[in-house]
Ligand binder design. Structure first.
Ligand code: ZN
Length: 95
């Protein structure tokens, strides 16, 4: 959708214009809040899972770096998953 204020092209799921911050009404602010919360929870789970995987699979001599790397990847994957799940959940609820 196009921003009503500055005409920047924004994703339908964006709660606000990335260019000027104008609310777009794609997600309600409450829905956006719970999506952020979900993303946070998923990030925590992802980092936990990453550390667990590092413990399970990484070589002993690389364990410190592997923990950090796996945790970082887990956070990124978790945040992405959280946003996708949150977005799908709210989209379904609105339809
Ligand atoms: Zn805008």
């Amino acid at each position: 959708m196009k921003c009503s204020k500055c005409s920047a092209l924004c994703a339908d799921a964006d709660a606000a214009c990335y260019a000027c911050g104008q609310p777009l009404g794609g997600l309600t602010s409450r829905a956006a809040q719970s999506t952020y919360r979900l993303a946070g929870v998923f990030a925590l789970l992802g980092s936990g899972a990453g550390v667990f995987l590092a413990e399970a699979y990484a070589k002993r001599e690389y364990i410190e770096g592997a923990r950090i790397l796996f945790a970082a990847v887990g956070i990124v994957v978790g945040v992405t998953l959280g946003f996708v799940v949150g977005w799908l959940t709210h989209r379904k609820g609105e339809a």
